[in-house]
Write a protein that binds this ligand. Structure first.
Ligand code: NAG
Ligand code: NAG
Ligand code: NAG
Length: 423
């Protein structure tokens, strides 16, 4: 067999980079090494990561294949194997010869539309701890519906050629060292339902189209995303979504109240601000709301008391002011309400710990008179005396809106992190 060599010098370089990584005593690839690999990988990607039409015809193979699609899969898998420097569990050891369906981690199924053809429909290399990257030739695996690469050490970017994987349904590349912008190619897949990009080094903005896909789950936590969250979020059909541990900034779009399928709302540890949108109260099915470790201002919306299924409510480590309301602390299924490290200056009796036996309440680090472990008066005074008015500045009510509760932010509010405090 004679699959095309990427570019020998660069390939060697990539292997060398991964070698440095392997030799390091920690299991982490340094940021600069990963960036460097990504940049070198870009240089080896023809047409900016896309695959020319009919590319497979330029590759010579001597083996015989059951059908043309298996030959293409063979070219892709051999190209991929070449990028693998370290495979400590020997998962890819039997990746040779024309019978790709027998390769470890590779799953075949009858082709959609041509049932007598067997094709590669899934690849599952979870927890293989492999070091390598995804080559452009991966785009030849056009029947792939499932890709599980969870917990490996793949680095570099997701090549554009993956747009040819039109049957992709479940895409899990979590816990690797992938980098670059959000892999936009996922928004081109018509059948995609499940996207897991957790624990990588993706950065920059989210494409607004991602929330217009018919997804069940979208996991983005523990990356380096920085932008505001697109207003399209309200169109999302997901039941599970995580944004935690990134650097998202700006306001939470009010359209979030339209995500009625959502079970958990997790935004912990970002740079989000503004008033917490009252539309949250429309999410009657959520069980977890965690907006801790952000810079939300103003008072908690009254509408929180509509979250009749909420179990865990964590608003700690923000800049919230005003009163912690009784009807929130008395929510029927609440088990843990943490509102510590804010600027609350009043709390209902029902919110004072120990209150109900079945609810953990934490009010420390606030400005509550007569409670222990509060902020110093000089720290509280400037904030408590000038609370942010959540009805002002930040949003405008669209009177033409069909939904009485659906308020849209003014475009400028997307970049306005903190509304002007009341004089
Ligand atoms: C993988 O293969 C190499 C060489 O064949 C062998 O030395 C090593 O022990 C194998 N590792 C595992 C985890 O099977
Ligand atoms: C909760 O989910 C059900 C379907 O699972 C849906 O019919 C209902 O409208 C949702 N409730 C709210 C308040 O969104
Ligand atoms: C309650 O939630 C807080 C914050 O999420 C957490 O740190 C704490 O351990 C929880 N307490 C219990 C008893 O589960």
């Amino acid at each position: 067999m004679d699959t095309r060599q990427p570019l020998p010098a660069l390939a060697c370089f990539l292997l060398f980079s991964c070698f440095l990584y392997k030799a390091a005593p920690t299991s982490a690839l340094s940021d600069s090494e990963a960036d460097y690999i990504a940049r070198r990988q870009l240089l080896t990607l023809p047409e900016n990561g896309d695959l020319p039409e009919g590319y497979e015809n330029t590759v010579k193979t001597t083996e015989t294949f059951e059908n043309e699609r298996l030959r293409r899969a063979f070219i892709a898998l051999q190209a991929w194997k070449k990028t693998i420097y370290s495979d400590p569990l020997n998962i890819t050891r039997n990746w040779f010869g024309p019978n790709v369906c027998s390769y470890r981690g590779v799953f075949c199924a009858p082709a959609l539309g041509i049932p007598k053809w067997t094709v590669v429909a899934g690849i599952d290399l979870n927890h293989a701890n492999i070091v390598g990257y995804i080559p452009v030739e991966f785009g030849l695996l056009t029947d792939l519906a499932l890709l599980h690469l969870n917990s490996n050490r793949f680095c570099g970017i997701i090549p554009k050629s993956l747009s040819k994987l039109t049957r992709m349904y479940e895409f899990d590349i979590s816990n690797n060292r992938f980098s670059g912008p959000f892999p936009r190619v996922v928004t081109t897949w018509k059948s995609i339902r499940y996207i897991d990009l957790r624990f990588n080094n993706f950065e920059g903005c989210l494409p607004p189209e991602i929330f217009e896909k018919d997804l069940d789950a979208l996991f983005l936590n523990d990356n380096q995303f920085t932008c505001t969250i697109p207003e399209t979020i309200g169109k999302s059909t997901v039941s599970a979504m995580t944004f935690a541990n990134n650097k998202f900034k700006g306001c939470l779009p009010r359209s979030i109240g339209e995500m009625w399928r959502l079970n958990e709302l997790i935004f912990t540890n970002n740079d989000l601000g503004c008033c917490f949108p009252s539309e949250i109260g429309l999410l009657g099915n959520v069980t977890v709301v965690d907006i801790s470790f952000n810079s939300f201002t103003g008072s908690l919306p009254q509408s929180l008391s509509s979250l009749k299924k909420v179990d865990i409510l964590d608003v700690s480590h923000n800049k919230l002011t005003g009163t912690v309301l009784e009807n929130v602390c008395k929510l029927p299924t609440l088990s843990n309400f943490t509102f510590s490290h804010n600027y609350f200056s009043e709390e209902s009796k029902a919110c004072v710990s120990p209150g109900r036996d079945d609810v953990v309440l934490d009010d420390t680090g606030n400005c509550l008179a007569g409670r222990i472990k509060q902020k110093l008066a000089k720290e509280c005074q400037p904030v408590v005396s000038k609370p942010v008015d959540c009805n002002k500045d930040q949003y405008v009510v669209l009177s033409s809106s069909s939904k009485p509760n659906s308020r849209m932010p003014k475009p400028k509010s997307l970049v306005q992190v903190h509304p002007t405090p009341k004089p």
